[in-house]
Design a protein around this ligand. Sequence first.
Ligand code: NCD
Length: 307
Amino acid sequence: MRHLMSPLDLSVEELNSILDLASDIEKHPDKYAHVCDDKRLATLFYEPSTRTRLSFEAAMMNLGGKVLGFSSADSSSASKGESVADTIRVVSCYADICAMRHPKEGAPLVASMASSIPVINAGDGGHQHPTQTLTDLLTIRSLKGRLDNITIGLCGDLKFGRTVHSLIEALVRYPNVRFILISPEELRIPSYIREDVLIKNNIDFQEVERLEDALPDLDILYMTRVQKERFFNEEDYVRMKDFYILDKQKMKLAKEDMYILHPLPRVNEISTEVDSDPRAAYFRQVQYGVYVRMALILTLLEVKLPC
Ligand code: NCD
């Protein structure tokens, strides 16, 4: 049985075949409309979410399957003190696959060890978010036609932003990807990513503070919000929250064929005036998230695919 905790759980071949399947689903959705008619997905969300939970649910419904679950720790037995290991043992009796989001790093991994159904990490604290990464990879590949030979700028809260950690782990496995890491000093990427992922793999990367300096070089700009819920005090958050604001003026520095991605939710870091720029791809990205989660569910459940 397979689980998905980080993009490293998938080989590059497996990543590519999930993206290929997602692209086929995009082209021929009808073909897949009943392949999971007898399957159930449980969404166990101990932390807020709009896109991830709903896109998992939409993905399973598009495949003909059913969904059940909870959307906050307060409405589950976690509020009575139940462990994730016990919860997943119980949920294994109700569902065939589960997506779990939890504020504690490693909680979905603990659950997977006690589970008799595949567990997908839908975000664990400030650690990893592999299905957002699949979404990001599909978006980049669909818009640019490739995942190699790109310069990507990751901007904002690189310290607590789990989507950034997962995306770097996935992209370093494609040839000639250059990273420009744009953040304030206090929100630089964690050393386990810098040392163990970038330096160890001999990856070309730079760390800068000014977005304006990086913009002209980029093929992809990946904006992120400052992760308010991971700060220890409100004062630090308030000081950091408007550090970057991408607006029309700054977009003049970017290439004509650069695309802006954002995992969403957006707070202030992209001005709404940028939304009408053809290079703004963050709402298209949401749609790719549904296709890729459909492909992931089919892969982990080893569903026989229609020809
Ligand atoms: C991200 C997350 O939860 O890490 N959101 C999402 O899943 N699309 C990004 C964020 O919350 O900033």
